[in-house]
Unconditional design. Structure first.
Length: 159
């Protein structure tokens, strides 16, 4: 009965995580995919095909990094004698707290609560620097700076 409830909580977490936006910067492992796989393993749910495709794409693009096998980690963790600890590791209360936390992140609760002042966003010393950083993020880091503009930046020291 409790494993069924844990599976339902894990399904709620996975459905919420699937609504998260894709990262603007490509990483070796994204928060969204790693957490979806984690909660699918906890709840005994099949991993969505979109996440599996993204994982294969990440694995093919980063050949130099080693792949961590989740089954080996599970075997080493579950081989310990302290089975009570493993059973209490993911209770319904813990999963519901994680669901609330992810929901707050998805709704940008803390971004609205702690708004950033314009003094931080546009400092007096170098006002164009932050705008350039955001511009590079919006382009996805894929568009490179031109040769002449790079030299201008080096020679003048201004962004």
């Amino acid at each position: 009965m409790s494993s069924n409830k844990i599976g339902q909580e894990a399904k709620k977490l996975v459905s919420l995580l699937e609504k998260f936006p894709k990262d603007r910067i490509q990483h070796n492992a994204t928060f969204k995919t790693s957490q979806i796989i984690r909660f699918c393993n906890i709840g005994g749910i099949a991993v969505p095909t979109s996440v599996l495709k993204e994982g294969r794409k990440d694995a093919s693009s980063t050949k130099s990094t080693t792949k961590i096998d989740a089954t080996k980690i599970k075997e080493t963790l579950s081989s310990d004698k302290d089975d009570a600890y493993q059973k209490d590791l993911f209770t319904i209360d813990i999963l519901s707290q994680q669901f609330k936390s992810l929901k707050n992140i998805a709704n940008s609760k803390w971004e609205k609560y702690y708004q950033i002042d314009n003094k931080l966003l546009e400092p007096k010393g170098n006002p164009n620097y932050y705008n350039r950083l955001l511009g590079d993020l919006d382009k996805g880091g894929k568009q490179k700076e031109g040769f002449l503009t790079a030299w201008r930046t080096i020679l003048t020291g201004k962004y």
